[in-house]
Design a protein around this ligand. Structure first.
Ligand code: 13P
Length: 248
């Protein structure tokens, strides 16, 4: 059985007091989680979250990591630094970083390697724009994004990554891929993983992200190859986040 994972991506939202409320609300509703649950918080709040989650089953994640181990890289945060704050998951290649910070497939691949080398679980994000979907390029785009990562990691490490399919046109827009649309891409991504390591491909959690909410989570999560969600907006409200976890 594949591990189901619901991960919240807070993006650049939060404050000390709002985080304290959100984390205590989520923890209170999560005494015996029936799946893996993580929150990926902004870097300055890692210490706060580490402390708040110390007694909880909720795992901690970060939203980005440097491809480099240490040195003259102003503003960057290394995988070993994240590890010191109890981080277990790190998002790499989110479409917002690809779009606003010009992260190439090659950089995303190096970040994935850095995360793996430190013992973190990278959540590798892939997804097409609306223009690309309408041009019938979805599979080509997500295959290129995933394969640039698979090209640099060992076949043994395939089982150590999480993949997130996040169609760019569904992020923060209220538009979701239909469950069958998402399932089709997820199954395709699994077939790409299988070319590198067939056994591991069956173990890799492939998350869906893009306007997943309590009212559509059940249907999406019911699809054979959708193993969880990467949740943006709905992860900022404890009740919504908990309802999505409940839908697993
Ligand atoms: P929304 O859930 O707000 O659409 O964001 C999805 C996302 O980008 C998660 O990484």
């Amino acid at each position: 059985m594949r591990q189901k994972l619901i991960a919240g991506n807070w993006k650049m939202n939060g404050s000390l007091s709002a985080n304290a409320d959100l984390l205590s609300g989520v923890c209170a509703g999560l005494s015996q989680p029936h799946c893996e649950v993580a929150v990926c918080v902004p870097t300055p709040y890692l210490a706060q979250a580490q402390l708040a989650l110390a007694e909880s089953k909720l795992k901690l994640g970060a939203q980005d990591v440097s491809a480099h181990a240490a040195g003259a890289y102003t503003g960057e945060v290394s995988a070993s630094m994240l590890l010191e704050f109890g981080v277990q998951y790190v998002i790499v290649g989110h479409s917002e970083r690809r779009a606003y910070h010009s992260e190439s497939d090659a950089v995303v691949a190096q970040k994935t390697l850095a995360a793996l080398a430190a013992g973190l679980t990278p959540i590798v994000c892939v997804g097409e724009t609306l223009e690309q979907r309408e041009a019938g390029q979805t599979n080509d785009i997500v295959a290129n994004q995933l394969n640039s990562v698979l090209a640099v990691i060992s076949s043994d490490d395939v089982a150590r990554i999480v993949v997130a399919y996040e169609p760019v046109w569904a992020i923060g827009t209220g538009k979701t891929a239909t469950p069958s649309m998402a399932q089709e891409v997820h199954a395709f991504l699994r077939s790409q993983l299988a070319i590198k390591n067939a056994a591991a491909a069956q173990l890799v959690a492939i998350l869906y992200g893009g306007s997943m909410k309590p009212d559509n989570a059940g249907e999406l999560l019911g699809m054979a190859d959708i193993d969880g969600g990467l949740i943006g907006g709905a992860a900022l409200k404890a009740a919504d986040f908990l309802a999505i976890i409940q839908a697993v």
